[in-house]
Ligand binder design. Structure first.
Ligand code: ADE
Ligand code: ZN
Length: 321
């Protein structure tokens, strides 16, 4: 594979970087007995049939994260691997409610992840920003309370996101959360159009007024939506290997990425939950290069889309372009 131009990873769940070996290391450190024989046995369960089948395992596995050090070690392992993949800037989502629900204080998960991010540029050459994502299958009132706590504790977040089970939980449920976040100067992203219909992408744009859409692959079903996204150059953070593993598409050859590029959509390539979906950013690029025959110009466009769509300061953006 030709080496990638400088890239930003904009759609990455830090809990989705928890590799099976690290799950076992953290379980041993915390005195937890796992219901799997070993790391290979755990990895063998990564045969998902849809988003929910993945989320069930994702939420169960993160139970090994107990201390600040656990969160920091997971984050550092991602940064090390991302640096090898060629990532130069990463905007990293975390799911505070998934930890609060297990009795882990907000400060433990935020400080643990943030402590690893604080040294990322010096240690790995990767600038970073943190996004707190809210779980759309839990009550909006809970998300609002967590957001207010994050603001009160001056958590080092650049923005908020919306993730977890999509169908049945439209973005409009979270209008107030996004209003409060925007008023606090936070940037806004939301998963929409992964499994959910194009109407969820419209709602994310019109009601949540997001700066980026995570996934958005179902937008092609709605011509007026495509025109809106193209006209406003709304970034779509596409995750090819994730879409294959969660069966949002029947196979990579059927993935809409080439059609999205042809339509002039502002798409980037991202890894989503790389420990679960068969690869990091370089693996995603290698797969789309091979299957779609992308050449250097396509890769350069995807890379520059990612850097231009990042919530970066001008100086760092210019350095990466
Ligand atoms: N949480 C982690 N990964 C996710 C995905 N791909 N979709 C929705 N929620 C998620
Ligand atoms: Zn995601």
């Amino acid at each position: 594979m030709p080496s990638l131009p400088p890239c930003a990873e904009l759609h990455l769940h830090i809990e989705g970087t928890l590799e099976p070996d690290l799950v076992f290391t953290l379980a041993a450190r915390n005195g937890i007995t796992l219901p799997y024989a070993d790391a290979a046995d755990l990895a063998a369960r990564y045969a998902f049939t849809d988003l929910q089948s993945f989320l069930d395992l994702y939420y169960a596995t993160m139970d090994v994260l107990r201390t600040e050090e656990d969160f920091a070690d997971m984050t550092r392992a991602y940064l090390r691997r991302a640096a090898a993949a060629g990532v130069r800037h990463a905007e990293i989502m975390m799911d505070p409610q998934a930890h609060l629900a297990r009795g882990i204080p907000l400060k433990t998960c935020v400080d643990g992840v943030a402590s690893a991010l604080a040294t990322s540029e010096a240690e790995f050459g990767i600038s970073t920003l943190l996004i707190a994502a809210f779980l759309r299958d839990r009550p909006a009132a809970e998300a609002l309370a967590v957001l207010r706590d994050l603001i009160a504790m001056k958590a080092p977040i650049v923005g908020i996101g919306l993730d977890s089970a999509e169908v049945g939980y439209p973005p409009s449920l979270f209008a107030e959360v996004y209003d409060v976040a925007r008023a606090a100067g936070l940037r806004c992203v939301a998963h929409a159009g992964e499994e959910g219909p194009p109407s969820y992408v419209w709602e994310a744009l019109d009601v949540l007024r997001v700066d980026r859409i995570d996934h958005g692959i179902r937008c092609l079903e709605d011509e007026a939506l495509v025109e809106r996204l193209v006209g406003e150059r709304v970034p779509l953070t596409v995750c090819p290997l994730s879409n294959v593993r969660l069966r949002a598409v029947t196979g990579l050859a059927d993935h809409p990425l080439p059609r999205m590029l042809e339509r002039g959509l502002n798409v980037s390539v991202n890894s989503d939950d790389p420990a679960y979906f068969g690869g990091y950013l370089d693996d995603n690029f290698a797969a789309v290069e091979e299957v779609f025959g992308f050449g250097p110009a396509d890769l350069a466009l995807l890379a520059s889309n990612s850097v231009r769509s990042a919530f970066l300061g001008q100086a760092r953006r210019d350095l990466l372009l």
